[in-house]
Design a protein around this ligand. Sequence first.
Ligand SMILES: NC(=O)c1ccc[n+]([C@@H]2O[C@H](COP(=O)([O-])OP(=O)(O)OC[C@H]3O[C@@H](n4cnc5c(N)ncnc54)[C@H](O)[C@@H]3O)[C@@H](O)[C@H]2O)c1
Length: 448
Amino acid sequence: MNAPSNQSVSRREFVKTAGAVTTAAALGGLVVPRAVSAAAYAGGADTIKVGLVGCGGRGTGAAVQALAADPGVVLWAMGDVFKDRLDSAHALLSTPSDDMSKEAADRVKVEDRRFVGFDSYKQVIDSGVDVVLLCSYPCFRPRDLKYAIEKGKHVFAEKPVAVDAPGIRSVLDTARAAKTANLAILVGFCWRFNASMREAFKHVHDGTLGEVTSVHTTYHSGTLSKRPRQANWSELEFQMRNWWHFCWLSGDHIVEQAVHSVDRLAWAMGDRMPRSVQCLGGRAARSGEEHGDVFDHFSAIYDYDNGVRCFHSCRQIDKCPSDNRDYVFGTKGNGVIDGWSGQSPMKSRDGKVLWEGKGTSADVGKMYFDEHKELFASIRAGTPINDCERGANSVMMAIMARMAAYTGQTVSWEQALNSKLSLVPETLSWDMTLPAVKVPVPGVTPLV
Ligand SMILES: NC(=O)c1ccc[n+]([C@@H]2O[C@H](COP(=O)([O-])OP(=O)(O)OC[C@H]3O[C@@H](n4cnc5c(N)ncnc54)[C@H](O)[C@@H]3O)[C@@H](O)[C@H]2O)c1
């Protein structure tokens, strides 16, 4: 696939970030850009050029939300590995609709800065942008994040930020480099920006339920779509078009989707990490090559140093009840935090209402806008948000549960974080040979 030429990218009008100037400082192999001045963007009227990497459903949404967050935001460049995805996202974003005002659509100024192929992330980051939205498949996030921070860009990074421990270690290094350089990294754990959730979790932390003795979070939903193989697709294209179902691309659904609920478990526990995890899991209702190698259910038991035991279960099976709530148990009572409805009753054991969240389902749509508003406001203020370490830890919690489920072993935090198992090939080409697809078997699959 040929990417359009990048020859016409104009010089930056003024230096807002210090991407071109690097110090000799190195963090985990990263070259750390010089810190961004706290005065950058302080005028409030300056244009902030945004680049989008990964132009699928979430990437398109993130671009809409970035444009809505700040009137100075201009969508400047877009990149995708597939031209059809890029073209449809560009058409959607350029056309006024219920989601996009005409004024916002007019700020889509991508012109020929539309890049296709495996290097499109570099072309977007190098196109003169100030902020990048990293929304491609999870396996590419550590690489894209590292390159963006090395080039001095602020980042919105969709969850999950990695699919394996080497990826998490890279992201943790990048998070530290971004802090040193005063660059933003906001990880797309959107529930952390949901107003009614924030209120409910504040009550948990402030002791409305007493001391937390256990937490159980759920993400029980239906299965995801399958895209049958096309005659002109290579094996790599087939797997990428069905990326949710291949562990190396997505991390499996406990890492890709249910990680939101693993993150809320961490939130309830004050972002302390567990000592170890056991996890049951398997594949009961999935068949067919499009379903790749992933499981369809997991049930994780996290043990904490203080003796607290927490649980997370997730399922992607059709015709079964859905549940996406956080059940918090404390010495004074129990709470059910329901992000979807915003209703979060907290009651004593004898049924007395201790607090009742009165959010609404509208908070769910709003949180995606709010996370971008907070991101761009922090960049303008010169105090960029960086929640990357916290986000990476939550993703690691999900990865360690997957490792425990695949192998059938109890896995400690240290074992998981230091794991050498690298799922992502160093380089990709459309005609490459991929390893045989094998569904893991607990008790047989080795812990690496
Ligand atoms: N926070 C949320 O609520 C939420 C919701 C949905 C998805 N997500 C996350 O957003 C990410 C994207 O999910 P999606 O639903 O948009 O998937 P998607 O398949 O609709 O979009 C992903 C896009 O990335 C492109 N892509 C893949 N590899 C690329 C590469 N190397 N370079 C450039 N482009 C590449 C794909 O072609 C595709 O267009 C995932 O990490 C997912 O977990 C988050």
